[in-house]
Design a protein around this ligand. Structure first.
Ligand code: NAG
Length: 105
């Protein structure tokens, strides 16, 4: 099983730093969901993608931050997305996932 959470500490800190004021406007989630079928959307534009697994506690802790980050990313024209590695097995094979959560930029 992949080691879980190695990256999340510094990363969460970075995201919190980037966020400044976390804006929760009670809107729908801005985090896009990438699947095996539509991952080619990622070939256009800027993307920040979180690979996560439901069983990974560090991934769950990251979720609220990721949602806030997605709102913030909208202003920068960065698409913020997440991939469930347990469902999108083709995708996680395409990228090399060695730890969860993994962030690709
Ligand atoms: C990809 O497909 C899923 C499932 O149909 C959908 O929920 C998601 O919004 C799609 N993502 C993009 C970037 O089009």
């Amino acid at each position: 099983m992949a080691p879980c959470g190695r990256l999340v500490g510094p990363l969460a800190a970075l995201i919190l730093f980037l966020l400044g004021t976390p804006g929760t406007h009670g809107r729908r989630s801005d985090v896009r969901v990438i699947t095996d079928e539509n991952w080619t959307e990622m070939l256009e534009g800027e993307w920040m993608i979180e690979f996560y697994a439901p069983w990974c506690p560090a991934c769950q802790n990251l979720q609220p931050e990721w949602e806030s980050f997605a709102e913030w990313g909208e202003d920068l024209e960065v698409n913020v997305a997440k991939v469930d590695v347990t469902e999108q097995t083709g995708l996680s094979g395409r990228f090399i996932i060695t730890a969860l959560p993994t962030i690709y930029q």
